[in-house]
Design a protein around this ligand. Structure first.
Ligand code: SF4
Length: 470
């Protein structure tokens, strides 16, 4: 047999393709920012910092407490701007765990300019001058923009997809994000928003949810959420999860917790780690996929403690820890920012970069939202840099439809910023709606991102609607 001689091509700099790419990967080690750089935490010990209880007690809930941590590193104009936002625009009250505050301006003592510019600050501590003055809200923005409450089949149990439900066990979180899509229900009321209240006692609410799931064996997947499950006392959460595991038609359970990144100390407490291990072992024995879904929006939030919390969950048997970030202008809506976050999650913290959601159409959120066209471009530009299974999908959560990948748009009027979407299942409020699957559902880009002609079209349309209704 005559063989073909294959000559090895020497690996020379000519064959290296690193240079000249739009983005270059350089591994970056995770670092826990030094909290003692902040005046209020000069004397805080590592033991205190790593205590979940210390983190909870020292959460920043108001301007006075923020001043207590930052002192005069940040000028008075910032605090006045924050006060104005809380009075006039905020849909969420303030609640920032020390762990999160410490990831703002992580490499230096903040000053006014760097604190204003910080990406984590921009969504956790929004100020009035962040918001748009031309179009602060989209005219069709609503408090419950995904109509989750309308789709409750028991208090807190949203049945939107054929085989999946969302169980909101609690309406609080250890941290409140300015852009929260559940601003209708989650957190304390603000001067702008009187929140909806859960009325049943937790035990009765959980009983009703479990009863619904037993009656409906077509549901196989439960997202256990809130709020944030880190605020459910562990014994209650474990009992609920074990009850879910006693329903043999439930095959996927996903725990939703931003606290994995915002208060990783919570998920490192021995009571929680041991309990999670018991639930994971039972899930594994029954072949049920138990995962944690967290919510991290910027690479700066991925620290060694966050990685430790994720790896600990995996070590005790949780199948996967995945990230569902939110795409926001000023925070992460550029390809380098998204890729840096994904490299940190996937490469350094064992967290799968799973989804980025487009920020939903809630009031006063236009400065964060991006257009569908921008989301499509970002999705395109992220392809090829991560393993396929770890390349996140950018998702538009279309009202009355649900999650759609941004390239699934059926039709798109770029001038007016109106995209049209279809769907392939009925939600729980459309059982008898024969046209539900034939209809096209609309989603709206931020008006400030439209060409002048598109903005003008909206102005005229809204003026005509106002005249008609007066
Ligand atoms: S953690 Fe989730 S539910 Fe809680 S405030 Fe943030 S976005 Fe809302």
């Amino acid at each position: 047999m005559t063989g073909t001689l294959i000559t090895a091509v020497p690996f020379s700099s000519d064959t290296e393709i690193d240079g000249g790419q739009p983005h270059e990967y350089r591994r970056r080690e995770l670092v826990e920012p030094d909290w003692t750089r902040l005046p209020g935490w000069r004397d805080v010990t590592r033991e205190q910092w790593e205590s979940a209880q210390w983190q909870r007690v020292n959460c920043v809930k108001n301007i006075k407490q923020l001043r207590g941590v930052l002192g005069d590193t940040v000028g008075e104009e910032f605090y006045a701007d924050l006060e104005a936002d809380q009075q006039r625009f905020a849909t969420m009250s303030m609640l920032v765990p020390p762990q999160m505050l410490n990831t703002m301006v992580p490499d230096a003592v903040p000053d006014t300019a760097s604190f204003y510019a910080d990406p984590v600050r921009r969504y956790m501590i929004p100020v009035a001058t962040d918001r748009r003055t031309d179009w602060p809200s989209h005219p069709y923005a609503t408090r419950d923009s995904l109509h989750e409450h309308d789709m409750w089949v028991a208090e807190g149990l949203t049945h939107r997809y054929p085989t999946k439900v969302l169980a909101e066990l609690i309406s609080t979180c250890p941290q409140y994000c300015g852009h929260c899509t559940r601003m209708d229900l989650v957190g304390n009321s603000t001067p702008q928003v009187d929140k909806l209240k859960l009325t049943l006692k937790p035990i009765d609410r959980y009983d009703a949810m479990i009863a619904y799931l037993r009656r409906n064996p077509g549901v196989r997947d439960v997202v256990v959420s809130g709020g944030d499950v880190a605020n459910v006392p562990w014994k209650q959460l474990e009992s609920f999860l074990m009850r879910l595991l006693s329903i043999d038609t439930i095959r996927d359970i996903r725990l939703a917790t931003k606290a994995l990144a915002a208060v990783p100390q919570h998920w490192l407490q021995s009571e929680v780690v041991d309990g999670l291990g018991r639930v994971a072992q039972r899930a594994h024995a029954q072949g049920v996929n138990l995962a944690i879904h967290t919510h991290i929006n910027h690479a700066n939030s991925v620290t060694p403690l966050v990685a430790k919390a994720a790896r600990t969950a995996l070590d005790v048997g949780v199948r996967d820890v995945r990230n569902q970030g939110v795409l926001m202008r000023g925070v992460n809506a550029t390809t380098p920012q998204l890729l840096d976050l994904c490299f940190a999650l996937q490469g350094e913290a064992s967290i799968l970069p799973y989804y980025f959601y487009m920020c939903d159409m809630i009031p006063n959120a236009e400065h964060w939202r991006v257009s569908v066209a921008d989301a499509q471009r970002l999705q395109h530009d992220m392809m090829g840099y991560l393993p396929g299974y770890a390349t996140p999908r950018i998702i538009c959560d279309v009202p009355f439809v649900g999650k759609r990948w941004v390239h699934m748009v059926a039709e798109y009027d770029h001038e007016r910023g109106i995209s049209y979407w279809t769907k392939n299942y009925r939600t729980s409020i459309e059982k008898h709606d024969a046209a539900a699957l034939d209809r096209r559902y609309e989603y709206y880009d931020p008006i400030d991102m439209l060409p002048q002609s598109g903005q003008e079209w909206w102005r005229k349309k809204l003026a005509a609607e106002a005249t008609a209704s007066s």
